[in-house]
Design a protein around this ligand. Structure first.
Ligand code: HEM
Length: 449
């Protein structure tokens, strides 16, 4: 049984809480998009750990700041928080059957069927698919002249999505078409007017989602009974505990959401890693030394797993800029956390980035210091929910290991051959939402080593 009672509208009565709603219709969306961390800092200082705020279309939410709230909402030991309810208004119309839009038994079923695609054996096969894609795309990058890395990595990751997720030749016309459909769907997520009106972006996005649905459902029969190693084929051949294939609606819901969940998040992470390696050349050298110690042009899963310093850089980058800057849940009943009574059916908003910069939990939180993740220091273990770039609890990111693998492999190839340079005294403005990254798309120059 789902724990979201969709017949009950979101609770809007937050009169018992301090806070500030912002503008009619827009709430504080503009401030949050511009600098979500500043808004959290401001609310925390003026109102404490729990405060009310309005977001776009007047959605009324409780901002709940700090590890204690992260744990209560994400670990959710007694089913008091719904992920489906938290994301219904933002993702519900375009990804209604996505894993994050499901709770309890329905969620467990999808999650269980998806696990084989993310086990070590599967990850090992993805290394073989990723190597030639990344190699080709890195060869295509301009050398000794500036280009926008964010745009370049998007193309690379679209190739990865086509090949590893869907099982298409990344150079095929179908893959190119998929790229267009997918970016059209996602434009619908950031429009402030998500209404199905003639000529609106939102209508175009709904149509694109329908085209993707048709493509997926028409392709399912061709994939059944094959031994394809891509995620789509694995999912088409997965069976539930009674030995039945999954229903088309589950496969479509999962695949569409997987593309969404994987693509932007990794684009943001890799862009921001290059920002830090460009601004901290000493760290770029350390990572390169680690890479050069691997004596293999086509690194294996085990080679990649040995890149420890690279992992610390990945972690530290996501500490500053967790790709998903805001996590949402909706309470299913009144629930008490940290001395606050959160009313039933209330949307709560968590901020990983705020938590990742709390002085209470991190030494010198504004310093780029990847070694804080070393076993000797292990600052991220001071509280189970003070470091949550991949969430936590039942909905913890299923693609976490794939994301790290993909990033390490890409950095291996890039940094082994090239030095990454940024403009002198580069200090960009940052976009916070929909995904964090330098607003100018990170201009970089590659110099052959
Ligand atoms: C740096 C890259 C990534 C980051 C930072 C990230 C972050 C997250 C976060 C924070 C959540 C939990 C959201 C919540 O609980 O509200 C999540 C869930 C999810 N992620 Fe990722 N993600 C990344 C890459 C990926 C990749 C590569 C895939 C797939 C290959 C993926 C698939 C998913 C799925 C399916 C869920 C929903 C899980 C569930 O509901 O059980 N993610 N991700």
């Amino acid at each position: 049984m789902s724990n979201i009672n969709t017949t009950v509208p979101d609770n809007r009565d937050l009169s018992n809480f301090p806070g500030e709603y912002g503008l009619p219709f827009l709430g504080k969306t503009i401030e949050v998009v511009k600098d979500s961390i500043a808004v959290c800092n401001d609310h925390f200082k003026r109102f404490g750990a729990v405060s009310k705020i309005d977001m776009v279309r007047g959605q009324r939410v409780l901002m709940c700041l700090g590890p204690e709230f992260n744990e209560a909402a994400l670990f959710d030991k007694d089913g008091s928080f719904s992920s489906a309810g938290g994301y219904a208004s933002s993702l519900g119309s375009l990804y209604p059957d996505g894993m994050l839009l499901r709770d309890n038994a329905k969620h467990k079923k999808t999650r269980r069927a998806s696990q084989p695609s993310f086990k070590t054996d599967a990850l090992k096969t993805y290394v073989e698919l990723l190597n030639p894609i990344q190699s080709r795309r890195i060869d295509m990058l301009p050398k000794d002249e500036e280009f926008l890395f964010y745009d370049a990595i998007q193309e690379t990751l679209m190739d990865v999505a086509a090949k590893v997720f869907i099982g298409l030749d990344e150079k095929s016309p179908e893959a190119q078409k998929l790229h267009k459909i997918f970016s059209n769907i996602n434009k619908g997520l950031i429009t402030p007017f998500p209404y199905n009106l003639p000529f609106s972006q939102f209508r175009k996005s709904l149509k694109a989602r329908e085209t993707l649905r048709r493509f997926i459902t028409e392709t399912i029969p061709q994939r059944r009974g094959t031994d394809g190693v891509d995620m789509f084929s694995r999912y088409c051949n997965a069976r539930d505990e009674d030995g039945n294939y999954l229903e088309d609606v589950d496969i479509d819901g999962h695949m569409a959401f997987l593309l969404f969940a994987a693509f932007d998040t990794t684009t943001s992470a890799l862009t921001n890693i290059l920002y830090y390696l460009g601004t901290h050349q000493d760290w770029q050298e350390k990572v390169r030394d680690e890479i050069n110690a691997i004596d293999n042009e086509m690194p294996t899963f085990e080679d990649v797993a040995s890149m420890q310093l690279t992992e610390y850089v990945f972690n530290e980058t996501l500490r500053f800029w967790p790709s998903v800057m805001i996590l949402n849940r909706r309470t299913t009943r009144e629930v008490e956390v940290g001395g606050y009574k959160l009313p039933a059916h209330t949307v709560v908003m968590l901020s990983p980035a705020f938590t990742h910069r709390m002085e209470e939990w991190w030494d010198n939180p504004h310093k780029f210091d990847p070694m804080r993740f070393s076993p000797e220091r292990a600052e991220h273990k001071r509280h189970g929910f003070s470091y949550i770039p991949f969430g936590g609890g039942a909905h913890k990111c299923i693609g976490m290991h794939f994301a790290l693998l993909n990033a390490r492999l890409y950095l291996f190839r890039l940094l082994k051959q090239y030095r990454v340079e940024l403009r002198e005294n580069y200090n960009p403005d940052w976009l916070h939402v929909h995904l964090p990254r330098p607003a100018d798309a990170l201009p970089i120059t590659l110099r052959r080593i």
